[in-house]
Design a protein around this ligand. Sequence first.
Ligand code: SF4
Length: 341
Amino acid sequence: MSIYNLTIEELTDYFLKNNEKKFFAKELFSWLYEKDKRITDFDMATNLKKSTRERLKAEFKISTLDIVTVEKAKDVRKYLFKLNDGEHIEAVLMHHDYGNSLCISSQVGCNMGCKFCESGRRKKVRNLTSGEMVEQILKVESEGKVRISHVVIMGIGEPFDNYDNICKFIKIINHQNGLNIGSRHITVSTCGLVPKILDFANFPYQVNLAISLHAPTDELRKQLMPIAKVYPLKELMESIKIYLEKTNRRVTFEYILLKDINDKEEDANNLSKLLKGINAYVNLIPYNETEALQFARSNALTIAKFYDILKKNNITVTIRREFGGTISAACGQLRSKKEDI
Ligand code: SF4
Protein backbone atom coordinates (compact mmCIF):
# COMPACT_ATOMS: atom_id res chain seq x y z
CA MET A 1 0.00 0.00 0.00
CA SER A 2 1.10 3.58 -0.69
CA ILE A 3 2.22 5.49 2.37
CA TYR A 4 0.40 8.49 0.85
CA ASN A 5 -2.90 6.69 1.45
CA LEU A 6 -2.69 7.45 5.14
CA THR A 7 -4.02 10.50 6.95
CA ILE A 8 -1.92 11.72 9.85
CA GLU A 9 -4.48 10.18 12.24
CA GLU A 10 -4.13 6.78 10.53
CA LEU A 11 -0.38 7.04 10.65
CA THR A 12 -0.55 7.87 14.35
CA ASP A 13 -2.70 4.77 14.94
CA TYR A 14 -0.24 2.71 12.92
CA PHE A 15 2.71 3.78 15.07
CA LEU A 16 0.79 3.32 18.33
CA LYS A 17 -0.29 -0.16 17.25
CA ASN A 18 3.36 -1.01 16.64
CA ASN A 19 4.39 0.30 20.05
CA GLU A 20 6.14 3.28 18.53
CA LYS A 21 6.00 6.90 19.58
CA LYS A 22 2.89 8.82 18.55
CA PHE A 23 4.93 11.81 17.31
CA PHE A 24 6.59 9.62 14.63
CA ALA A 25 3.50 10.29 12.52
CA LYS A 26 4.19 14.01 12.47
CA GLU A 27 7.86 13.35 11.80
CA LEU A 28 7.10 11.06 8.89
CA PHE A 29 4.52 13.46 7.45
CA SER A 30 7.15 16.15 7.40
CA TRP A 31 9.61 13.81 5.61
CA LEU A 32 6.97 12.98 3.04
CA TYR A 33 5.48 16.39 2.42
CA GLU A 34 7.80 19.19 3.50
CA LYS A 35 9.13 20.98 0.45
CA ASP A 36 12.83 20.42 1.08
CA LYS A 37 12.45 16.81 2.25
CA ARG A 38 10.07 14.74 0.11
CA ILE A 39 11.89 11.46 0.69
CA THR A 40 11.95 8.79 -2.02
CA ASP A 41 13.19 6.05 0.32
CA PHE A 42 12.27 5.48 3.98
CA ASP A 43 15.99 5.31 4.86
CA MET A 44 16.15 9.03 4.12
CA ALA A 45 13.98 9.65 7.20
CA THR A 46 17.10 9.67 9.30
CA ASN A 47 15.56 10.56 12.65
CA LEU A 48 13.37 7.44 12.64
CA LYS A 49 14.87 4.28 14.16
CA LYS A 50 16.34 1.75 11.76
CA SER A 51 13.82 -0.90 12.85
CA THR A 52 10.98 1.55 12.21
CA ARG A 53 12.29 2.33 8.75
CA GLU A 54 12.64 -1.38 7.99
CA ARG A 55 9.04 -2.03 8.99
CA LEU A 56 7.83 0.90 6.88
CA LYS A 57 9.81 -0.44 3.91
CA ALA A 58 8.25 -3.85 4.30
CA GLU A 59 4.70 -2.55 4.59
CA PHE A 60 4.44 0.55 2.39
CA LYS A 61 5.36 1.80 -1.05
CA ILE A 62 6.65 5.29 -1.50
CA SER A 63 6.08 5.58 -5.25
CA THR A 64 3.05 4.26 -7.07
CA LEU A 65 3.16 6.22 -10.31
CA ASP A 66 5.68 7.65 -12.77
CA ILE A 67 5.53 10.45 -15.29
CA VAL A 68 5.57 9.03 -18.83
CA THR A 69 5.29 12.23 -20.88
CA VAL A 70 4.91 15.95 -20.31
CA GLU A 71 3.40 18.08 -23.07
CA LYS A 72 4.06 21.78 -22.68
CA ALA A 73 2.44 24.92 -24.05
CA LYS A 74 2.16 28.47 -22.76
CA ASP A 75 1.07 28.39 -19.10
CA VAL A 76 0.10 24.73 -19.23
CA ARG A 77 1.69 21.32 -18.84
CA LYS A 78 -0.09 18.07 -19.39
CA TYR A 79 1.18 14.97 -17.63
CA LEU A 80 0.62 11.34 -18.55
CA PHE A 81 1.32 8.97 -15.63
CA LYS A 82 1.80 5.23 -15.57
CA LEU A 83 0.49 3.50 -12.46
CA ASN A 84 2.10 0.45 -10.85
CA ASP A 85 -0.40 -1.86 -12.57
CA GLY A 86 0.42 -0.41 -16.02
CA GLU A 87 -2.72 1.77 -16.33
CA HIS A 88 -2.47 5.40 -17.43
CA ILE A 89 -4.00 8.59 -16.04
CA GLU A 90 -3.53 12.31 -16.67
CA ALA A 91 -3.16 15.60 -14.82
CA VAL A 92 -3.00 19.15 -16.15
CA LEU A 93 -1.01 21.96 -14.55
CA MET A 94 -2.15 25.52 -15.30
CA HIS A 95 -0.35 28.70 -14.35
CA HIS A 96 -2.79 31.45 -13.39
CA ASP A 97 -1.98 34.87 -12.03
CA TYR A 98 -3.40 33.70 -8.68
CA GLY A 99 -1.21 30.58 -8.50
CA ASN A 100 -0.68 27.12 -9.97
CA SER A 101 -3.64 24.86 -10.30
CA LEU A 102 -3.56 21.12 -10.94
CA CYS A 103 -6.46 19.20 -12.41
CA ILE A 104 -6.09 15.59 -11.27
CA SER A 105 -7.68 12.26 -12.19
CA SER A 106 -9.72 10.28 -9.67
CA GLN A 107 -10.29 7.01 -11.54
CA VAL A 108 -8.81 4.93 -14.37
CA GLY A 109 -11.54 5.43 -16.99
CA CYS A 110 -15.08 6.47 -16.11
CA ASN A 111 -18.47 4.77 -16.08
CA MET A 112 -20.55 7.92 -16.49
CA GLY A 113 -20.38 7.85 -20.29
CA CYS A 114 -20.87 11.56 -21.01
CA LYS A 115 -21.11 11.71 -24.77
CA PHE A 116 -18.75 14.64 -25.29
CA CYS A 117 -15.99 13.25 -23.08
CA GLU A 118 -12.91 11.40 -24.22
CA SER A 119 -12.43 9.78 -20.78
CA GLY A 120 -15.95 8.41 -20.79
CA ARG A 121 -15.24 6.40 -23.95
CA ARG A 122 -13.47 3.86 -21.81
CA LYS A 123 -15.23 2.22 -18.88
CA LYS A 124 -13.85 2.51 -15.40
CA VAL A 125 -11.03 0.07 -14.77
CA ARG A 126 -10.67 0.99 -11.11
CA ASN A 127 -10.72 3.78 -8.57
CA LEU A 128 -7.53 5.62 -7.77
CA THR A 129 -6.40 5.39 -4.17
CA SER A 130 -6.06 8.62 -2.23
CA GLY A 131 -2.29 8.04 -2.34
CA GLU A 132 -2.29 7.92 -6.14
CA MET A 133 -4.12 11.22 -6.15
CA VAL A 134 -1.69 12.78 -3.66
CA GLU A 135 1.23 11.56 -5.74
CA GLN A 136 -0.02 13.31 -8.88
CA ILE A 137 0.54 16.57 -6.98
CA LEU A 138 3.93 15.56 -5.59
CA LYS A 139 5.27 14.37 -8.95
CA VAL A 140 4.09 17.51 -10.78
CA GLU A 141 5.52 19.81 -8.10
CA SER A 142 8.84 18.07 -8.41
CA GLU A 143 8.94 17.95 -12.25
CA GLY A 144 7.61 21.48 -12.77
CA LYS A 145 9.54 22.96 -9.80
CA VAL A 146 6.36 24.71 -8.69
CA ARG A 147 4.08 24.82 -5.69
CA ILE A 148 0.52 23.75 -6.45
CA SER A 149 -1.78 26.21 -4.71
CA HIS A 150 -5.10 24.97 -6.17
CA VAL A 151 -6.38 21.48 -6.87
CA VAL A 152 -9.33 20.61 -9.09
CA ILE A 153 -10.65 17.03 -9.14
CA MET A 154 -11.96 17.18 -12.68
CA GLY A 155 -9.62 14.94 -14.71
CA ILE A 156 -10.37 11.35 -15.70
CA GLY A 157 -13.13 9.85 -13.55
CA GLU A 158 -16.21 10.82 -11.55
CA PRO A 159 -14.91 11.81 -8.08
CA PHE A 160 -18.15 10.97 -6.28
CA ASP A 161 -17.96 7.43 -7.69
CA ASN A 162 -14.81 7.17 -5.54
CA TYR A 163 -16.21 9.12 -2.63
CA ASP A 164 -14.31 7.75 0.38
CA ASN A 165 -10.90 8.05 -1.29
CA ILE A 166 -11.71 11.60 -2.42
CA CYS A 167 -12.60 12.64 1.13
CA LYS A 168 -9.40 11.11 2.47
CA PHE A 169 -7.36 12.75 -0.28
CA ILE A 170 -8.79 16.14 0.68
CA LYS A 171 -7.96 15.56 4.36
CA ILE A 172 -4.36 14.67 3.51
CA ILE A 173 -3.61 17.55 1.14
CA ASN A 174 -5.37 20.06 3.36
CA HIS A 175 -3.55 19.06 6.57
CA GLN A 176 -1.03 21.61 7.76
CA ASN A 177 1.62 18.91 8.07
CA GLY A 178 0.60 17.49 4.69
CA LEU A 179 0.53 19.66 1.57
CA ASN A 180 -1.30 22.43 3.40
CA ILE A 181 -3.50 23.33 0.42
CA GLY A 182 -6.35 25.53 1.68
CA SER A 183 -9.75 23.86 1.48
CA ARG A 184 -11.16 26.85 -0.40
CA HIS A 185 -8.51 26.15 -3.04
CA ILE A 186 -9.80 22.61 -3.62
CA THR A 187 -12.66 21.94 -6.05
CA VAL A 188 -14.53 18.69 -6.55
CA SER A 189 -16.52 18.33 -9.77
CA THR A 190 -19.38 15.88 -10.19
CA CYS A 191 -21.70 15.04 -13.07
CA GLY A 192 -24.51 14.91 -10.51
CA LEU A 193 -24.53 11.88 -8.20
CA VAL A 194 -27.32 13.18 -5.98
CA PRO A 195 -26.82 10.94 -2.88
CA LYS A 196 -23.15 11.91 -2.75
CA ILE A 197 -23.93 15.62 -3.13
CA LEU A 198 -26.13 15.21 -0.04
CA ASP A 199 -23.33 13.39 1.79
CA PHE A 200 -20.86 16.05 0.75
CA ALA A 201 -23.07 18.72 2.32
CA ASN A 202 -21.97 17.21 5.67
CA PHE A 203 -18.28 16.94 4.81
CA PRO A 204 -16.61 19.25 7.33
CA TYR A 205 -14.20 20.98 4.94
CA GLN A 206 -14.91 24.21 3.08
CA VAL A 207 -14.07 22.83 -0.37
CA ASN A 208 -15.74 24.02 -3.56
CA LEU A 209 -18.33 21.97 -5.40
CA ALA A 210 -18.70 22.15 -9.18
CA ILE A 211 -21.55 20.52 -11.07
CA SER A 212 -20.99 19.39 -14.67
CA LEU A 213 -24.37 20.53 -15.95
CA HIS A 214 -23.95 21.04 -19.73
CA ALA A 215 -27.69 21.17 -20.45
CA PRO A 216 -30.57 23.13 -18.92
CA THR A 217 -33.36 20.61 -19.59
CA ASP A 218 -33.74 16.90 -18.85
CA GLU A 219 -34.48 16.17 -22.48
CA LEU A 220 -31.15 17.57 -23.67
CA ARG A 221 -29.19 16.44 -20.64
CA LYS A 222 -30.29 12.84 -21.10
CA GLN A 223 -28.90 12.92 -24.64
CA LEU A 224 -25.53 14.14 -23.43
CA MET A 225 -25.16 12.59 -19.99
CA PRO A 226 -26.61 9.18 -19.08
CA ILE A 227 -26.55 10.13 -15.38
CA ALA A 228 -29.51 12.44 -16.10
CA LYS A 229 -31.66 9.34 -16.60
CA VAL A 230 -30.91 8.30 -13.03
CA TYR A 231 -31.03 11.74 -11.40
CA PRO A 232 -33.21 14.20 -13.30
CA LEU A 233 -32.66 17.94 -12.95
CA LYS A 234 -35.42 18.36 -10.35
CA GLU A 235 -33.66 15.95 -7.98
CA LEU A 236 -30.25 17.36 -8.80
CA MET A 237 -31.31 20.94 -8.12
CA GLU A 238 -33.03 19.94 -4.88
CA SER A 239 -29.85 18.29 -3.65
CA ILE A 240 -27.87 21.39 -4.59
CA LYS A 241 -30.27 23.61 -2.66
CA ILE A 242 -29.82 21.41 0.42
CA TYR A 243 -26.03 21.54 -0.09
CA LEU A 244 -26.17 25.35 -0.31
CA GLU A 245 -28.32 25.65 2.79
CA LYS A 246 -26.04 23.42 4.85
CA THR A 247 -22.71 24.80 3.66
CA ASN A 248 -23.57 28.40 2.92
CA ARG A 249 -21.26 28.22 -0.08
CA ARG A 250 -21.56 28.99 -3.77
CA VAL A 251 -21.80 26.21 -6.36
CA THR A 252 -20.10 26.35 -9.75
CA PHE A 253 -21.93 25.03 -12.79
CA GLU A 254 -19.73 23.84 -15.65
CA TYR A 255 -21.30 24.23 -19.09
CA ILE A 256 -19.41 23.03 -22.18
CA LEU A 257 -20.77 24.82 -25.24
CA LEU A 258 -21.40 22.37 -28.09
CA LYS A 259 -22.22 23.82 -31.50
CA ASP A 260 -25.93 23.65 -32.37
CA ILE A 261 -26.61 21.32 -29.45
CA ASN A 262 -26.76 23.29 -26.21
CA ASP A 263 -25.63 26.77 -27.31
CA LYS A 264 -28.86 28.34 -28.54
CA GLU A 265 -30.54 31.44 -27.08
CA GLU A 266 -33.31 29.20 -25.81
CA ASP A 267 -30.74 27.13 -23.90
CA ALA A 268 -29.25 30.25 -22.30
CA ASN A 269 -32.74 31.38 -21.26
CA ASN A 270 -33.58 27.95 -19.86
CA LEU A 271 -30.29 27.88 -17.96
CA SER A 272 -31.02 31.30 -16.47
CA LYS A 273 -34.42 30.06 -15.33
CA LEU A 274 -32.96 26.91 -13.82
CA LEU A 275 -30.39 28.84 -11.79
CA LYS A 276 -32.62 31.75 -10.77
CA GLY A 277 -32.26 32.55 -7.09
CA ILE A 278 -29.42 30.07 -6.57
CA ASN A 279 -25.99 31.12 -5.35
CA ALA A 280 -24.45 29.94 -8.60
CA TYR A 281 -21.43 30.69 -10.70
CA VAL A 282 -21.49 29.52 -14.30
CA ASN A 283 -18.31 28.55 -16.08
CA LEU A 284 -18.83 28.47 -19.85
CA ILE A 285 -16.30 26.17 -21.49
CA PRO A 286 -15.49 26.34 -25.20
CA TYR A 287 -15.35 22.72 -26.39
CA ASN A 288 -11.99 21.14 -27.21
CA GLU A 289 -12.66 19.16 -30.38
CA THR A 290 -11.23 15.64 -30.60
CA GLU A 291 -11.04 13.34 -33.62
CA ALA A 292 -12.82 10.49 -31.91
CA LEU A 293 -15.97 12.46 -31.03
CA GLN A 294 -18.43 14.17 -33.34
CA PHE A 295 -19.05 17.39 -31.43
CA ALA A 296 -17.93 20.82 -32.63
CA ARG A 297 -17.01 24.00 -30.79
CA SER A 298 -19.50 26.88 -30.73
CA ASN A 299 -18.27 29.95 -32.57
CA ALA A 300 -17.08 33.00 -30.66
CA LEU A 301 -20.18 35.06 -31.45
CA THR A 302 -22.51 32.33 -30.17
CA ILE A 303 -20.47 32.03 -26.97
CA ALA A 304 -20.60 35.80 -26.47
CA LYS A 305 -24.39 35.85 -26.99
CA PHE A 306 -24.88 32.97 -24.55
CA TYR A 307 -22.76 34.81 -22.00
CA ASP A 308 -24.73 38.06 -22.49
CA ILE A 309 -28.07 36.35 -21.92
CA LEU A 310 -26.88 34.90 -18.61
CA LYS A 311 -25.45 38.26 -17.56
CA LYS A 312 -28.71 40.02 -18.41
CA ASN A 313 -30.46 37.52 -16.17
CA ASN A 314 -28.11 38.40 -13.30
CA ILE A 315 -26.25 35.09 -13.36
CA THR A 316 -22.57 35.29 -12.38
CA VAL A 317 -20.76 33.88 -15.38
CA THR A 318 -17.29 33.63 -16.92
CA ILE A 319 -15.91 32.08 -20.08
CA ARG A 320 -13.13 29.71 -19.16
CA ARG A 321 -9.69 30.80 -20.20
CA GLU A 322 -8.32 28.34 -22.71
CA PHE A 323 -5.18 26.37 -22.21
CA GLY A 324 -3.24 24.15 -24.55
CA GLY A 325 -5.57 23.27 -27.44
CA THR A 326 -2.50 21.97 -29.27
CA ILE A 327 -1.53 19.55 -26.53
CA SER A 328 -4.52 17.27 -26.23
CA ALA A 329 -5.75 19.32 -23.31
CA ALA A 330 -9.25 17.88 -23.14
CA CYS A 331 -9.53 15.36 -20.34
CA GLY A 332 -8.60 11.87 -21.50
CA GLN A 333 -7.06 12.74 -24.87
CA LEU A 334 -3.49 12.02 -23.88
CA ARG A 335 -4.39 8.66 -22.35
CA SER A 336 -6.43 7.74 -25.44
CA LYS A 337 -3.47 8.49 -27.68
CA LYS A 338 -1.17 6.42 -25.51
CA GLU A 339 -3.52 3.47 -25.30
CA ASP A 340 -4.77 3.92 -28.88
CA ILE A 341 -8.45 3.78 -27.99
S1 SF4 B 1 -17.17 14.24 -18.15
FE1 SF4 B 1 -16.40 13.42 -16.20
S2 SF4 B 1 -18.10 12.15 -15.44
FE2 SF4 B 1 -18.50 12.48 -17.64
S3 SF4 B 1 -17.56 10.71 -18.64
FE3 SF4 B 1 -16.02 12.35 -18.61
S4 SF4 B 1 -14.80 11.95 -16.78
FE4 SF4 B 1 -16.71 10.80 -16.57
